[in-house]
Write a protein that binds this ligand. Sequence first.
Ligand SMILES: O=C(O)[C@H]1O[C@H](OP(=O)(O)OP(=O)(O)OC[C@H]2O[C@@H](n3ccc(=O)[nH]c3=O)[C@H](O)[C@@H]2O)[C@H](O)[C@@H](O)[C@H]1O
Length: 435
Amino acid sequence: MRSSEVDYVFPSTPGKIKIERAHKVNRQFHRCLGIFASTSSTMFFWVLFVIVLTASYISFVNSGSRCFSSPASVYDGVEWQKRVRTSAQIHRSNGLSVLVTGAAGFVGTHVSIALKRRGDGVVGLDNFNNYYDPSLKKARKALLNSNGIFVVEGDINDARILAKLFDIVAFTHVMHLAAQAGVRYAIQNPHSYVHSNIAGLVTLLEASKSADPQPAFVWASSSSVYGLNTKVPFSESDRTDRPASLYAATKKAGEEITHTYNHIYGLSITGLRFFTVYGPWGRPDMAYFSFTRNILQGKPITVYRGKNGVDLARDFTYIDDIVKGCLGSLDTSGKSTGSGGKKRGSAPYRIFNLGNTSPVTVPTLVSILEKHLKAEAKKNIVEMPGNGDVPFTHANVSLARKEIGYKPTTDLETGLKKFVRWYLSYYGYNQDKPV
Ligand SMILES: O=C(O)[C@H]1O[C@H](OP(=O)(O)OP(=O)(O)OC[C@H]2O[C@@H](n3ccc(=O)[nH]c3=O)[C@H](O)[C@@H]2O)[C@H](O)[C@@H](O)[C@H]1O
């Protein structure tokens, strides 16, 4: 992989790659040193030595500062700390103070605003990577700012920024929504899943377990962990050891990793298995979003079909229902029991399905969109490629209903109508913004 490709793939990669590059510069320098030592005068050599050493140092320093999304000095500024503290302030009795990772993402934006509106303190963290159009993330950030939420631009792999945030604010909860999403993209860029969903998760758990007081930790797992499971509807106690994609495997790994932090350090953990979440301010890489764009532009859409001509189906879940599930989880999470890296007693470890409980086929999704958009789709129906997709999902949410009062209320028809209204108001009929 060329270094420019590395930069593209990992917008705020840990320093190893860049530091190696600096070492390479130093190695080349030493090679030159040998040649010059044998052929030049001592004076010329030392002048050259100082010039090259300075250049090498500047190159190293620059490469080091690019390792993180922002230089540390930004985080240390008095003004910056004030913004973090103000954003984290609680404005209701028994309110929460929540660090929301992936705050400029789809679910992160909605959850952050819902928390803020009921008087909780919220600080967002997002690396604004370019998996999909960053201008949509910037627009969400503007929306968050107008709701009094400060979003720190930083990566969950950056232990320094996490330590700084926990230093400034005694967060009661972490709502961890930052992730490399998308089931099929894992074929193209497998390492981005390991980077965000495993390495990033561990870095955030390390910061959380070291924080005093320890926050309760609620995070986004995925319906994809059910993989090749054929028993329906999917219940939390069903098999999850046959993932169909690397995305699913990293989410399943996350469930195991969080369990160890619960077991060793007493972190209160709640994992939420989201079922194909959709709605306003959604993700452009998802089918309902890209289908809308293509239908409006008169471009064809590809509709996958399962074996023997069976339609694929998803338990599409509207964002407002997911937000209620997230808030219900935060409110009932129970306390972490550790401090200073030591556990003082057992803490809750929970996993819940957050789905809609009524799967809809992909062709039905398309017809609902056609109706709301008043336009016909040019459908290109192809057999589902073997790229990590599963034929159907269907959630049993009895456990979430019992434990956190979760009760989905929005059907796909109603939810897509709201999505289309937002889409047209955001992009316009002429779609003059990038998607
Ligand atoms: O529940 C989850 O845990 C996941 O939900 C979502 O994954 P999926 O359920 O796969 O959603 P999405 O891509 O919208 O495809 C929907 C349907 O359209 C079909 N599909 C898709 C694209 C296409 O071009 N054609 C097509 O038929 C496709 O075959 C599928 O049947 C999130 O993206 C993921 O991040 C994760 O959160």
